[in-house]
Design a protein around this ligand. Structure first.
Ligand code: ATP
Length: 234
């Protein structure tokens, strides 16, 4: 579904990604792991079209995306939930969810889609008319994920979804990822909590200094203490 080949990206003169190649098949959960600064966020941003300078190839459902702007990638079925969530202040939970449909061809079905997403995220269903930024960090993260899911993307990229969230909500969130997968959504996940992430993923790529240094099945990586110690913050 997603194929990245020899992807390079720069911040000014700094060469942040160097020949990154990876692929994600339909229905998989694939995890990107590596220490702080390894290039995980930059990889997701490059896939979504948010890096000023990127070279190489990013194909999604057979289409080359590298020259396409982010809104075209969104329309093709890619979604990205950045680490910083971007919940809009002054808007309720429902209004934030509506923002997820602004550029979507599903917009006419807004009320129905909000009901559907509320059924998947009961914590949000109870808080639809609450100002979103008054919720806990974990609930806001759920909202950011729900807002990306409401337009029914084929592939969702999540950057550190468990960051700063209390354990009970993290468990709930990971259960949710399993059910997203069961419903056919493909997931590319960046996660510091390597054990947890590998517990739900099929495969993983390890990044270091902007390059892929290892790839393996999640099961093999879970058992590989040497790689985990060398490249991951565990
Ligand atoms: P983290 O978990 O800390 O976010 P990461 O693996 O996601 O780590 P990236 O954020 O992709 O890493 O960063 C890759 C490299 O690019 C790092 O050396 C980082 O300092 C640099 N970098 C990231 N964002 C910028 C930016 N806006 N301007 C300049 N350099 C940046």
């Amino acid at each position: 579904m997603l194929q990245i080949s020899k992807l390079n990206a720069w911040y000014g003169a700094s060469h942040a990604l160097q020949d990154v190649s990876l692929e994600v098949s339909k229905g998989e959960i694939v995890c990107l792991i590596g220490r702080n600064g390894a290039g995980k966020t930059t990889t997701l941003k490059s896939i979504m079209g948010l890096m000023g300078r990127a070279r190489g190839s990013v194909t999604f459902k057979g289409e080359e995306l590298l020259r396409q702007p982010a809104h075209v990638r969104f329309a093709l079925g890619l979604a990205y939930v950045p680490e910083e969530r971007r919940i809009v202040q002054g808007l309720t939970v429902r209004e934030n969810l509506r923002l997820g449909l602004v550029a979507s061809k599903e917009k006419k079905r807004e009320a129905e889609l909000i009901d559907e997403i509320a059924a998947i995220f009961p914590r949000l269903a109870e808080r639809m008319d609450q100002e979103a930024v008054t919720m806990s960090g974990g609930e806001q993260q759920m909202l950011a994920i729900a807002r990306a899911m409401i337009a029914k993307p084929d592939l969702i990229m999540l950057d550190e979804p468990s960051e700063g969230i209390m354990p009970v909500l993290v468990d709930e969130m990971f259960e949710l990822f399993r059910s997203m997968k069961a419903q056919g959504t493909t997931v590319l996940l960046v996660e510091q909590n390597v054990e947890l992430a590998l517990g739900i993923a099929e495969r993983a790529y390890v990044l270091d200094h902007g390059a892929v240094v290892h790839q393996a099945s999640a099961q093999a990586l879970l058992a590989d203490d040497e790689i985990k110690e060398r490249y991951c913050s565990v």
